[in-house]
Design a binder for this molecule. Structure first.
Ligand SMILES: [Zn+2]
Length: 226
């Protein structure tokens, strides 16, 4: 694996979903690139927060987390929070990134996951970005008559989907678990000030995912080979 492109909706999504895996792949020599679609300016329960300022702070949080994980690049497409839809425009922008970076692996959210148990509805933007990524990969990026201005066609051979109800692949994150915790702690606007608790939750979830695959700590994915 030489190049990886991860595409998520909000600045903290990759840290929650797949940061241990991305950091391990980077450690193993892969170029890992990240595209975030939305600025995250609605990511608060406080009605007095200035959304422009929140977006600025979250951009800085994403910069710090990317440095912890060793990403080769990260960018934000600047879409409004809560409005990440599977549009022609977003697919075109993703196809342009896919064709210019030519990744071996694309990582995103499983858009078919709507309910996690009976207490959580998957965020609209997570479903929007997941479907946009799938459509951008297959068939758009590999088909020359889709977005002909967006570069030479590229076939993405492998897609990793996180946040899935149908995991079939578990990546060992034992060597990068501490950095996943550190990267998530960079998103202070989202995780708050109880940094001990952040570590506990990340370790507990990684242990739970790992237990399904005989690993101490893992992240789970649904993997498509196209
Ligand atoms: Zn999110």
């Amino acid at each position: 694996m030489q190049r990886v492109l991860a595409v998520y909706a909000h600045p903290d999504d990759p840290e929650v979903s797949c940061a241990g895996t991305l950091a391990r792949w980077a450690d193993e020599g892969a170029e890992v690139h990240l595209v975030i679609c939305a600025r995250g300016e609605k990511g608060t329960q406080d009605p007095d927060v200035d959304p422009v300022e929140l977006a600025r702070v979250r951009g800085a949080e994403a910069d710090a987390a990317a440095a912890v994980l060793g990403l080769a690049s990260h960018e934000n497409l600047g879409l409004p929070d809560g409005e990440v839809d599977n549009t022609l425009e977003l697919r075109g922008r993703l196809v342009e990134r896919i064709r210019s970076l030519r990744p071996d692996v694309v990582v995103s959210c499983d858009p078919t996951a709507v309910f996690f148990g009976s207490r959580y509805v998957n965020h609209h933007d997570h479903r929007g970005v997941g479907f946009a990524v799938l459509d951008a990969c297959a068939p758009a990026a590999s088909s020359p008559l889709y977005f002909p201005e967006a570069g030479a066609p590229h076939r993405v051979p492998t897609i990793y989907l996180s946040g899935t109800l149908q995991p079939d692949t578990w990546e060992d994150i034992g060597s990068t678990l501490d950095r996943k915790v550190e990267a998530l702690r960079c998103h202070r606007t989202q995780v708050g000030e109880d940094l001990e608790l952040v570590g506990e939750v990340v370790r507990r979830r990684a242990a739970s995912a790992g237990s399904e695959a005989g690993l101490a700590h893992a992240e789970a994915f649904r993997v498509l080979g196209l």
